[in-house]
Write a protein that binds this ligand. Structure first.
Ligand code: SF4
Ligand SMILES: [Zn+2]
Length: 365
């Protein structure tokens, strides 16, 4: 990516402009949601530092992300799922947990070992989830092996993590870092924090880890491949260096590198609608996983909406096969899975990497 002159590079002004546009786009959304129901809940399998485990993923319906209300990230449509009024009571949040436990009891033979809790914001932000609720939720899952909670780095604190580890639960904080490159995070994603804040969050997790007797604590970094305004090759290089930099931070044991998809009521959606944005190729996801296979962390990817126009996609013929290889890599961490897939469209993808320029992106559909 080209470096702007100091005169052109007025970061504060750029962020204000992004936020103003995002507020307008989000205001188009009118639906509201029941605070006693989780946004979503599902069962799956996940690769953890202890091996592959059954997982229960919960998207709690909290007041929503504060940053999203200010404007928020260019690709994130989650604010559209938050409740009216901006906060959810302890009782309502515990009702949501009940619904999730009932769902698990109906769908699974055994309780999941891994519990993942996302809030479309920050679980560790006490304006979203109070200390009382956090402790009650930790107790509700105290018989499990591991819990992952989502949080922006500002709210990560060793004492909050200790609410989980004191039950002998391994605890991970999922941080939506998006990229290790500050300029891309600020100007393409419109996220306000720096890589240094992520490093501080990892240090807090390490403090919690050292203080825990019978449990561990760590960080799972979430990266976003190809925010708007990057070419395909810039997006690939940004992810390769981001995976490597995250893996080098003590305390960060897993990197989840996920391709951007086009969500409604976002700036990415507006750009996509006008032909100014294409989600990344699945070949790009595969190549980053291959190139970072030696990194000192578990590296996984979970492409959402693969093969569709609004999700990461190749030519239409090979999308399912490449997606299967990616899922296989997630569980086995063996880059040779990508030797098993090929397609004629790899040549188009390679041409895109070589020739696409920022001023005329996207080169391919
Ligand atoms: S990506 Fe996270 S921080 Fe950004 S607006 Fe969405 S919920 Fe908020
Ligand atoms: Zn293909």
């Amino acid at each position: 990516m080209s470096q702007p002159t100091p005169e052109a590079y007025e970061r504060g002004r750029g962020m204000d402009a992004h936020n103003a546009v995002m507020r307008d786009i989000r205001a188009e959304k009118e639906e509201t949601y029941d605070p006693h129901e989780p946004t979503r809940v599902w069962l799956d399998e996940d690769n953890t530092p202890d091996g592959v485990r059954t997982s229960l993923t919960i998207i709690l319906n909290t007041g929503g992300c504060r940053w999203a209300r200010a404007g928020g990230c260019t690709m994130c449509g989650y604010v559209a799922e938050s409740v009216e009024g901006g906060s959810v009571s302890h009782e309502a949040l515990m009702d949501q947990i009940e619904v999730c436990l009932d769902h698990e009891a109906e769908e699974a033979d055994d309780p999941a070992s891994l519990i993942k809790i996302y809030t479309s914001g920050s679980f560790l932000d006490e304006r979203e989830v109070s200390a009382e609720t956090r402790r009650a939720i930790a107790e509700a899952f105290s018989d499990r092996e591991r819990v992952v909670v989502e949080s922006l780095p500002d709210f990560v604190d060793a004492d909050k993590i200790a609410d989980f580890t004191r039950w002998g639960l391994d605890a991970d904080v999922a941080v939506g870092l998006e990229t290790a490159t500050d300029r891309v995070r600020h100007d393409c994603v419109n996220k306000y924090f720096d890589f240094a804040d992520f490093e501080d969050a990892c240090a807090e997790a390490r403090r919690a880890d050292e203080a825990a007797d019978a449990a561990s604590a760590g960080v799972k970094a979430y990266l976003l491949m190809k925010p708007p305004f990057l070419t395909e090759s810039e997006a690939v290089e940004d992810m390769v260096s981001s995976v490597e930099r995250c893996a080098d931070v003590a305390g960060c044991h897993t990197v989840s590198m996920n391709p951007c998809n086009v969500q409604r009521y976002t700036m990415v959606d507006e750009l996509h609608f006008r032909g100014g944005y294409r989600p990344p190729w699945l070949w790009s996801v595969a190549t980053v996983l291959e190139r970072t296979a030696d990194a000192d962390a578990i590296v996984v990817s979970d492409p959402v909406g693969h093969g569709s126009d609004r999700g990461p996609h190749n030519c239409g013929d090979c999308d399912d096969r490449v997606q299967t290889a990616i899922k296989d890599f997630d569980l086995r961490q063996d880059p040779s899975v990508f030797d098993q897939v090929s397609c004629e469209c790899e040549r188009t993808w390679e041409l895109t990497l070589d020739e696409e320029a920022a001023y005329a992106a996207p080169l391919t559909r």
